[in-house]
Design a protein around this ligand. Structure first.
Ligand code: NGO
Length: 523
């Protein structure tokens, strides 16, 4: 079981003062094991390091390490008020090093002592994740954008940390309500705090098509012109999308674009009459029903359309994956669904991408290497679960997004002003307290690629809404995706989570103050 070191560790900072000026005040340093997601191993002890106005951020010669160093400096400068130059020379201070070690592509090691803090990783993602840990070891006030008094202590010891899963995702539905590039960037920054590494964008649905496709321009100019409730909608130009991809990359997240097919396609069907079996374009749709639309499986133009869309989207997506939806194709017969998926999956492969689909894809024949995203519930039929398990045993990778656990659009309880409740209420403990490795019977542990928290936006239309629904549950999903099962313990987690509230306050994130969590008040 994961043990906390206890309450706040009181350390004396005097020894941390190389210059030996005024005696440092006694101050509390955050224990190394207070971090979310829980690190793989923590060995606490020794003197803390104190960041002062003479601290430097030392990077090795690589461009990647420098970039992470600049990112860290940007985080620390506003609240500390220090210059924190990023340099390749000298020793001590905060060091970011690329080096050999058993960290994996995303893991890192953090060593802290009186002379400095060193983060070592095999690659830049590991350094970046190590920086997120360093951030959490500093007082919450470090997240403010004005100068704070400090002191800026980092407890002594060593953290070795490697993620459990390679897929630690969040999905944002930008179709039901459109979110601007800046709103998406804000969410990306929040995901990065908890070492999430995939941003799945649900780019098309009945209510709006949100990504420019040059060969089918009306998809956005008409199909993107509204949203749930009839607002103005919006869409990303290719330049906008590339900017999201770039920004996500700078935070070590890979963008997974989704075009939902063959259902959830009213916006496309409304834009182009020829995509409809009867050749008649339906009106735009601004309600919240699902399952009523379908591309025309028997028309060749459908596959020309899909080819164009996938080709253009793949060309602006450096990530490995392309999500083709496949959920709730209620107005497509089973036979047609299978036929459609048999035609569409090879198109994704032709443009160099790996297929991801909602788990209904397992009702067709997932291509080799495909991933299925499971969004069922405890009450999902044994038959449906068995179908997913059989696909997993046959080699289909599984990303877990159980709706009654980690759908961030589910209400916390009956009083939650936003969200839906078709999968029940999902309080913070329910979202955290399950094991992805053992969640679906008959799925080999090796088939589980990770977890992803979808946020559907029928009722969500601004950043404050995203944040209220995501926080605090998102932190729990991040821990499920990153931390070893042996660290999983609700009793310890809720205490660590409580401390995060102060950070969210400092960042201006309006979160749900769940009664299940012993929140710390602002100090
Ligand atoms: C379902 C449905 C979506 C809804 C969402 C609301 C999936 C995969 N399809 O999840 O269209 O927006 O629920 O919670």
């Amino acid at each position: 079981m994961f043990r906390l070191l206890g309450s706040l560790l009181l350390v004396t900072a005097a020894g941390a003062f190389a210059g030996g000026a005024a005696p440092a005040p006694r101050a509390a340093a955050t224990p190394l094991d207070r971090v979310i997601p829980a690190p793989t191993s923590v060995d606490a002890g020794g003197s803390p390091y104190r960041i002062t106005d003479s601290t430097r951020i030392r990077v090795d010669g690589s461009r990647e390490a420098r970039r992470v160093g600049e990112y860290l400096a940007d985080v620390l400068r506003p609240s500390t008020g220090y210059r924190l130059p990023v340099t390749t020379s000298g020793s001590g201070g905060i060091q970011l090093r690329l080096g050999k070690g058993s960290f994996g592509a995303e893991g890192y090691r953090l060593d802290s002592g009186s002379k400095g803090v060193t983060i070592t990783a095999a690659g830049p993602s590991g350094l970046f994740h190590g920086v997120q840990t360093l951030r959490q070891l500093l007082p919450a006030a470090v997240e403010k954008d004005s100068v704070q008094p400090g002191p800026w202590l980092i407890a002594g010891g060593t953290i070795k940390d490697t993620p459990r899963y390679g897929w630690r995702g969040a999905m944002l539905d930008v179709s039901r309500h459109f979110f601007t590039v800046d709103q998406v960037k804000r969410y990306i920054d929040q995901l990065a705090l908890y070492k999430m590494n995939k941003l799945h964008l649900h780019l098309s649905d009945d209510q709006g098509w949100r990504i420019a496709i040059d060969s089918w321009p009306r998809l956005t100019t008409y199909g993107g012109s509204t949203q749930v409730g009839g607002g103005p909608g919006g869409y990303y130009t290719k330049a906008d999308y590339k900017e999201i991809v770039r920004y996500a990359g700078s935070r070590h997240l890979e963008v997974v674009p989704e075009i939902d097919m063959p259902g959830h396609t009213n916006a496309a069907l409304a834009s182009y009459a020829e995509l409809n079996c009867d050749g008649v374009a339906p009106p735009l749709y601004t309600g919240t029903e699902v399952g009523f639309s379908s591309l025309c499986v028997d028309k060749e133009v459908t596959y020309d359309f899909v080819d164009d869309v996938v080709r253009e989207l793949a060309a602006i997506t450096p990530g490995r994956y392309l999500h083709i939806g496949g959920d709730e194709a209620h107005s497509t017969s089973h036979e047609d669904f299978v036929k459609f998926m048999d035609r569409v999956q090879p198109i994704v492969a032709k443009y160099g991408k790996t297929v991801v689909g909602w788990h209904q894809l397992t009702g067709a024949t997932p291509v080799k290497g495909a991933l299925a995203q499971y969004w069922g519930l405890d009450s999902t039929s044994a038959e449906e679960k068995a179908q997913v398990a059989a696909a997993a045993r046959g080699g289909t990778g599984i990303v877990l997004s159980p709706a009654d656990r980690i759908y961030l659009d589910m209400k916390y309880d009956a009083n939650t002003p936003l969200g839906l409740s078709w999968a029940g209420y999902v309080e913070v403990q329910r979202a955290y307290d399950w094991d992805p490795g053992e969640y679906l019977a008959g799925v080999p542990a090796s088939a589980v690629r990770g977890v992803e928290a979808p946020l559907w936006s029928e009722t969500i239309s601004k950043s404050a809404d995203i944040e209220y629904m995501a926080f605090p549950r998102l932190a729990g999903v991040a821990e499920l995706g990153w931390s070893p099962a042996s660290t999983h313990d609700w009793g310890d987690y809720r205490v660590r989570l409580a401390a995060q509230g102060l950070r969210w306050d400092a960042m201006g994130i309006g979160y749900y103050r769940s009664p299940q969590v012993p929140w710390e008040s602002v100090s």
